[in-house]
Design a protein around this ligand. Structure first.
Ligand code: PLP
Length: 477
């Protein structure tokens, strides 16, 4: 019996064919990536001229569309999942996570209301609970999946505001950050309506960690001025250097002064899976809320952030939603609807990625992969320290090490220029990507070694390459 064509539906056989092809392309991408360049810089005008992105009024053969997309993706993106991509926080993602994304779309899961996605809600709850236990939060805790760290931080601060605003009695609220706090927090605070005066930048110590006594003094001063200290944003793994703010001391100040402690563990929190990380992140369990990006050090495709809160009720108090047309969703015995926990109504089933990856590989494999990233940065530090060309700026911490060329004859400004020059040259070179950041007002190079497939040989080859990319300099040893 021949298939009756349906609007906007490909015949079953075509769906199968291109679906299999798409899988083949992804597997090919993953298995050959390390032999290919990471990417190359693009010229906007050239891409606008040469990329065929017109929307036709009539159909195109699905196979041709797929081929076109695969060509486009393989030639115009930077592969953050490449084992020699050591900039920012690398984005290696498990195939199980990609399949989960595909399945969540294919079944078009509505992961918000109980009557639309009961099983997915239970999966999300179980995955959140796994993260909760990883962070050693109590059983009263809860949370939800969001698009990423930016949203998790923003949703946390708003929950803090709702939780504490009655006590504030209309006084101006203040949020405490440091110069090392991720830039997305300031943007999020602006979005939530905080002005610059309401954001207090607390000094850091010589190792770029928040100074708890300076925090205490700032809170005391604000109270005296009739302002209401709302929330401290501490970081468990700064993006610049992997440093962790002294969480126990900060938690003590917050507890004593009645201030909400939010910890941005977007990239660093998964280190809690390892013994070394548990020591470095001691005190994480004292947080009122924690942001974690599963699309960073838990190896998921992008769009997989998570927020945990110490008391799940603080999320429902801030976000629970009622609309007359959602009435039936409330029927039954304590239904679990994730639209009650955050700002989104219709939501993707993001938890499935992490859950499916954990089911496929087991939690121990994640622990080992994170431990590998921590050890690799320590190895990179040892290699850099042994070479006269480099000086280490900040030691290996949570998979990040920063360093500068050691050019003793050059004034610091010239070393700055050399540092930037080396980073910029990695872009067209395509062998590795190592970019710069700034610490103490000076540019530094930064290696982030969190990709589980990056090897020690890769790290050495990347450092060799940076030396080869440096311009000849009399001062370079
Ligand atoms: C510490 C930290 N916080 C927040 C973010 C923002 O997360 P996202 O890009 O997922 O929104 C990042 C990185 O991007 C980060 O490293």
């Amino acid at each position: 019996m021949s298939e009756i064509p349906l609007p906007l539906r490909l015949p079953a056989e075509s769906m199968r064919k291109i679906g299999y092809r798409a899988v083949d392309e992804i597997v090919h991408h993953l298995s050959t990536l390390s032999e290919r360049p990471i990417g190359r810089p693009h010229d906007r005008a050239e891409l606008e001229r040469t990329l065929d992105v017109d929307i036709p009024t009539g159909p195109t053969e699905a196979q041709d569309v797929l081929d076109h997309v695969v060509r486009l993706l393989s030639s115009t993106i930077t592969h953050t999942d490449h084992p020699r991509f050591m900039a920012y926080v690398p984005g290696p993602s498990t195939f199980a996570g990609s399949l989960a994304d595909f399945l969540a779309s294919g079944f078009n899961v509505h992961a918000a209301g109980w009557i639309l996605g009961a099983g997915p809600a239970i999966v999300e709850q179980a995955t959140i609970d796994w993260l909760r236990r990883m962070c050693r939060l109590p059983e009263t805790s809860g949370g939800l999946f969001l698009s990423g760290g930016t949203m998790a931080n923003l949703v946390a601060v708003h929950a803090a505001r709702v939780d504490r605003s009655a006590a504030a009695g209309g006084q101006e609220l203040v949020v405490y950050v440091t110069a090392q706090t991720h830039v997305s927090i300031r943007r999020g605070l602006r979005f939530l309506g905080f002005n610059d005066r309401q954001v207090c930048t607390v000094p850091v110590d010589g190792t770029y960690r928040l100074d708890p006594s300076a925090l205490d003094a700032a809170i005391r001063r604000d109270r005296q001025l009739g302002r209401w200290p709302l929330c401290v944003v501490a970081t468990a793994g700064t993006t610049n250097a992997g440093t962790v703010d002294p969480l126990p001391a900060i938690a003590e100040v917050c507890e004593r002064r009645g201030v909400w402690l939010h910890v941005d563990g977007a990239y660093g929190a998964p280190a809690m899976l390892t013994e070394a990380g548990q020591k470095i992140l001691a005190g994480l369990e004292l947080a009122d809320s924690i942001a974690i990006d599963a699309h960073k050090w838990l190896f998921q495709p992008y769009g997989c952030g998570c927020l945990l809160v110490r008391n799940a009720r603080t999320l429902t108090a801030a976000y629970s939603l009622h609309a007359e047309y959602l009435t039936e969703n409330r029927l039954g015995d304590e239904p679990l609807s994730y639209y009650d926990y955050g700002p989104e109504l219709t939501r993707r089933f993001r938890a499935l990625k992490l859950w499916m990856s954990l089911r496929t590989f087991g939690a121990d494999a994640f622990r080992d992969a994170v431990a590998h990233g921590i050890a690799l940065a320590e190895r990179a530090q040892a290699v850099l320290a042994a070479r006269p060309q480099w000086s280490v700026t900040t030691p290996a911490q949570l998979g990040i090490v920063t360093f500068r060329p050691h050019a003793s004859g050059l004034p610091p400004a010239d070393v700055d220029a050399l540092t930037r020059d080396i980073a910029a040259k990695t872009l067209p070179d395509g062998f590795a990507m190592v970019l710069s950041t700034e610490l103490g007002g000076r540019p530094v190079l930064r290696l982030c070694t969190t990709h589980p497939e990056t090897s020690e040989d890769d790290v050495i080859a990347v450092i060799d390459r940076l030396e080869a990319l440096a311009p000849d300099s009399a001062a370079w040893p």
